[in-house]
Design a protein around this ligand. Sequence first.
Ligand SMILES: [Zn+2]
Length: 184
Amino acid sequence: MKFLKGLLEKVLTTIILNVLTPTLTLIASKISTGNWFSSFKSPFFIIISILLMTWLISALVYRRVTLIKAKNNDSLATFITTPLHGWRKIAEVDYCHVKWIVEEPIHKIGQQTDVNSIEVDSVARCPNCHAELEEKMNFFGRYLWICVVCNFKKSNKESMSKEAMRATRIAKNYLQQDKKRNYN
Ligand SMILES: [Zn+2]
């Protein structure tokens, strides 16, 4: 965090300098020549501006790359609670063009499915070969889901863990509709 804070301060300083330099040049120009813009034509000003702009852009790019690297190194979210007897796969949901495994906690043999206790595994599966998908974030903040087995690739705006929550809602809805049908 300390590192990120330092980086942010660096970026802010650069932005301030980028605004400050033309302003100071304007004032200096007015004082020395009586014209607001004559100093802008000096090679010294142009070189300083180019250097500052390069610094600003590289600081921003560096910050973005570091942030993405940190995100990509985060381990995938797992279930918050682990039931005593583990989880049992009960269904599969197709959502976002990939497969999501719906599971329920095991309490006893022959238990009835409690719709409210079901979860969707936060790791989506490949629609072609059913392998677990890997997730990476690109420079522009979009997520890329990759299958290392069959090279399936899918780009997505939201993260896998967020989509897993939506897939859970869809699965709950399916099961509720199913239950209603059984009662009628
Ligand atoms: Zn695959």
